[in-house]
Design a binder for this molecule. Structure first.
Ligand code: PLP
Length: 368
């Protein structure tokens, strides 16, 4: 017997690499390449640090009210936490307490399995189609809850409300979580469905579209009963989750809609340009509704491209997982970063096709 026998044994979530240097292009964690709204920076700079001697508003009342108003909901329908990861982990605790397995796609946010493992929630991963599409008919089986990211990650594919309705209609007796981390970049929000489905809970993050990954802010929206369960889960773990500075910064971000829309527009325009360029180079990728693309090249292994880009100080994401290890998930950066990426990919492809041609020619000579 050793104390080590009782230490946690779990395959923890692995985030995109953060190399210990500053001069590189980081396209591996779906962060926004642009800074948050100047109003956010103003709110932080003018924050009265003296109030830090007091605990923050326990339930982030001001922030929750601002978010609720923004989405046309009531404060009792909103819960704020330290990033969506915090909110989702509390959702798993608060909502998935049956003996039946919860369901989610086999290709989706890889934190799901980690939370299930640590919280000992049974789960079943449902295979997506060859085109990575989720088939709603697969979610008509006994379950203790459902988690769908829409748009999904890392596939970048967004689905419409009919798709969600098909899942929700057959699963009214469990909580269905729709993770909308990327919805602002062109997805379709399930918010209108909250009125119809009491068991629907939607999560959002400030990390991607609001350029605030470093601040750690996320929230959930749902029925008053579901949200109360989240507060109960929170108050059983850590009753003061969102710090005072983050609450002020979050409010400032929501209030600056103009900056928000302008940033989204820039990221989306760059995404469309990158998509076009990648396809011209022979890459295959679904149309993205997110701030990343999910691409494969027929002639070059994804891991080789991944390693090659690293030597050029460009970091993208490669998942060593069957079914998707032939692809790269590439975050949309600034135009300048994207130009560098496109340049390096073109160079690599030219090199590889030149080598291929050489080999073909050599083969031709020895053969004759
Ligand atoms: C980034 C991401 C999150 C978590 O975001 P936070 O930074 O924790 O707010 C949740 N779900 C998906 C699908 C994501 O990509």
């Amino acid at each position: 017997m050793s104390y080590k026998d009782n230490l946690i044994k779990i395959d923890a979530y692995v985030a995109g690499e953060q190399p210990d240097k500053t001069d590189f292009i980081k396209l591996n964690a779906n962060e926004n390449p642009y800074p948050p709204s100047p109003e956010v920076i103003k709110a932080i700079n003018s924050f009265n640090g003296e109030i830090l001697c007091k605990y923050p508003s326990a339930n982030a009342v001001g922030l929750v009210r601002t978010i609720a108003e923004y989405h046309g909901l009531k404060p009792e329908n909103v819960f704020a936490g330290n990033g969506t990861d915090d909110v989702l982990s509390l959702c798993f605790r608060a909502f998935f307490n049956s003996q039946r397995p919860i369901l989610f796609p086999d290709i989706t946010y890889s934190f799901n399995t980690v939370w299930c493992d640590i919280l000992r929630i049974p789960y079943e991963q449902i295979k997506v189609g060859d085109d990575f599409n989720i088939n709603p008919a697969d979610y008509r089986r006994e379950n203790g809850g459902i988690v769908i990211a829409n748009p999904n990650a890392p596939t970048s594919i967004g689905r419409d409300l009919d798709f969600l309705r098909e899942i929700l209609d057959k699963n009214r007796d469990v909580v269905v979580i729709v993770d909308e981390a990327y919805v602002d970049f062109g997805g379709i929000t399930a918010i209108p469905l909250l009125k119809e489905y009491e068991n629907l809970v939607i999560t959002r993050t400030f990390s991607k579209s609001r350029s605030m990954a470093g601040m750690r802010l996320g929230y959930a929206m749902g029925s008053a009963d579901a949200i109360s369960a989240l507060y109960a889960a929170k108050d059983s773990m850590n009753s003061y989750p969102v710090d005072s500075v983050a609450q002020a910064a979050g409010i400032a971000s929501i209030m600056d809609e103009e900056y928000f829309q302008a940033t989204l527009k820039k990221v989306i325009a760059t995404r469309e340009r990158l998509t076009k360029e990648l396809r011209l180079m022979g890459f295959e990728l679904p149309d993205s509704s997110t701030n990343f693309v999910f691409a494969k090249h027929p002639d070059i292994n994804a891991v080789d491209i991944f390693n090659h880009l690293k030597t050029k100080d460009i970091y993208v994401r490669w998942f060593n997982k069957p079914g998707i290890n032939d692809r790269l998930r590439i975050t949309i950066g600034t135009d300048e970063e994207t130009d560098k990426l496109i340049y390096e990919l073109k160079e690599l492809i030219a090199e590889v096709s030149w080598e291929k041609r050489e080999r073909a020619l050599n083969y031709g000579w020895t053969d004759s």
